[in-house]
Design a protein around this ligand. Structure first.
Ligand SMILES: [Zn+2]
Length: 168
């Protein structure tokens, strides 16, 4: 049993700068407080707006850490977000937050009403040594996950991001 924090009900919002409760809708209390504090640290370091994806409240695969799971997380451990500016810089910023044990880069996510393109999955899974890092590419209309643990995979992502003009 490895609970992390408490319900978001007990979050001190002064310690989650730039976010308001209503950005998390009616699902706020399903989230782990540690996730929200980590998100606040990420937002402060990034120093740019971060939009919470509406897809958070849809369905997710069971191993995504989004939903509370018996014996693992008591509250949701993951959020999908749209950071403003360079996705590469947002990824690097997320890596520096130690609570984030899983970081996924999704260059093709879009949030048309906010004119945002490119998102991150952020989760607070526990990791003994290595974080889980990956990016999601779309090759000829087919999605493809690639881990970001080899130099080659990182280079593939850098190339993809530069191709789509990630230099904001
Ligand atoms: Zn996610």
């Amino acid at each position: 049993m490895s609970n992390r924090g408490l319900s978001a009900k007990f979050v001190n919002w002064d310690k989650v700068p730039h976010f308001g409760k209503k950005e998390f809708g009616t699902h706020l209390q399903e989230l782990d407080s540690i996730l929200l504090y980590a998100l606040g640290s990420f937002r402060s370091l990034l120093n740019a707006p971060v939009f919470i994806s509406p897809s958070n409240w849809g369905s997710h695969v069971p191993n995504s850490y989004h939903s509370a799971k018996k014996g693992r997380n008591a509250f949701g451990w993951a959020l999908d977000v749209f950071p403003s500016g360079s996705l590469l810089f947002a990824y690097q910023t997320a890596l520096s937050i130690k609570e984030f044990g899983g970081v996924g880069v999704y260059p093709f996510w879009s949030y048309p009403s906010k004119k945002l393109q490119g998102g991150l999955h952020l989760d607070i899974r526990l990791y003994p040594t290595n974080k889980s890092l990956w990016f999601y590419n779309s090759v000829a209309g087919k999605g493809q996950y690639k881990s970001l643990h080899s130099v080659e995979d990182c280079l593939d992502m850098f190339e993809l991001l530069s191709t789509i003009g990630d230099q904001k």
